[in-house]
Design a protein. Structure first.
Length: 389
């Protein structure tokens, strides 16, 4: 009976993301909510059902521990570093990372100190708001933050990040254009318009279509092969160090090697690597969310966590807008790069469409790539600094 339970639970965690993705593509309302939010809700529902399944804990541990080391290199294989708009990209990256660092520090001093593992949560937030959920999950694996604290942070983040996006899409971008004194949008040449329209269409395609075809399976095998090579090399680098440093060095080396592998031509040809990695993040999300226990929720800690996140998200947006204005970055590039940092690069095409300024697409995606590549290291540094405050 236990083997059957293992299979059933594992199948739920592995197949639920596919079902949610299918529903999101079929129903626009669910697509607006997003697979991540739905999977967190589904995971928390599973974890709080009045069922006693001893096998659940082991499957949760395997799903959360195995998915992140595999997902990191897969998602970093897609990194593309170009010289176009390099000056603007550099400015928004410096501004974005600095803004998040300051906002996290302020939020930690005011509220983060009053929550369990506040310094580590702050490090996770720093990585998450520069590189997305991939970095948050990776830093959680480094610090081994208690599941309850991590899931609550992610749950509150979904709501606050959603409100942040609604603000920008509705009135925020107009407000920043007015404050920046900008009334005329940049025009595009015909070739630029065709290129960027193609990139937006690519971002909206079904990334898993044809995955189980002969060519798709070949590519999947290559993605897994390169990922296992990265994992093996990263594990080898940890051998000279004490066991307590294993996870920190292991995850950081996976990040570094993932970026380095992205420069090799055979790896650059792997079109589905990011999407396969993202699917593993979905599996991680539902498995991790199923560990949440509502009966142990602490109202005071929850309120402090919400305020910590709110200050970080909206405080970093305010600081980012100020720094970009000082560095003479246009309002639309500032807005798109902020969305790339806070909500992650997959939201960039949507924001570009709202702005009707397709030139900002490259800047936004470029900022997100840097965030993916450096978010883990950045989060670890910020957590170390917060520990000393």
């Amino acid at each position: 009976m236990s083997i059957i339970n293992y299979v059933i639970i594992g199948a739920i965690f592995c197949l639920a993301p596919a079902g949610v993705i299918w529903l999101c593509r079929r129903f626009p309302l669910l697509d607006n909510i997003g697979p991540m939010m739905i999977l967190y809700a589904l995971g928390m529902l599973i974890g709080n059902m009045p069922l006693d399944i001893p096998e659940m804990a082991l499957v949760q541990e395997i799903a959360t521990s195995a998915s992140i080391p595999l997902a990191i290199p897969m998602m970093l294989f897609c990194c593309r570093f170009t010289r176009s708009d390099a000056s603007t990209q550099l400015k928004v990256v410096i501004s974005g990372f600095l803004s998040v660092a300051i906002a996290v520090a302020v939020g930690y001093v005011l509220y983060g100190k009053h929550i369990p593992e506040g310094d580590k949560i702050g490090g996770i937030m720093a990585g998450m708001y520069t590189g997305g959920m991939l970095n948050a999950a990776a830093i959680q694996a480094i610090f081994r933050v208690e599941e309850q604290n991590y899931i609550m942070m992610c749950s509150y983040d979904i709501v606050i990040s959603f409100l942040y996006l609604v603000f920008l899409v509705s009135v925020g971008y107009k407000m920043f254009r007015r404050l920046y004194g900008e009334k005329v949008q940049a025009t595009l040449t015909d070739s630029e318009r065709v290129e960027l329209e193609a990139q937006i269409a690519e971002a909206k395609r079904n990334p898993y279509e044809g995955l189980w075809s002969k060519d798709g399976l070949k590519e999947l095998a290559k993605i897994l092969g390169f990922s296992f090579v990265v994992i093996a090399l990263a594990a080898a680098t940890t051998l000279p160090f004490d066991q307590e440093w294993f996870m920190v060095i292991f995850i950081l080396m996976i990040s570094v090697l993932g970026v380095l592998f992205a420069f090799f031509k055979p790896v650059r040809k792997l079109e589905r690597s990011f999407d396969i990695g993202m699917y593993l993040i979905y599996i991680f999300s539902i498995a991790m969310a199923s560990m949440a226990d509502f009966s142990e929720l602490r109202l005071a800690d929850g309120l402090n966590q919400i305020l910590f996140l709110t200050i970080t998200v909206f405080g970093s947006l305010l600081l980012h807008s100020i720094f970009c204005r000082v560095m003479r970055v246009d309002a639309d590039s500032m807005t798109v790069s902020s969305v790339s940092f806070i909500n992650s690069p997959p939201f960039v095409p949507m924001m570009v469409a709202v702005l009707k300024n397709k030139r900002t697409l490259i800047v936004g995606l470029g900022a997100g790539i840097v965030g993916y590549a450096l978010g883990n290291q950045f989060g670890v540094i910020i957590a170390s600094l917060l520990e000393r405050l």
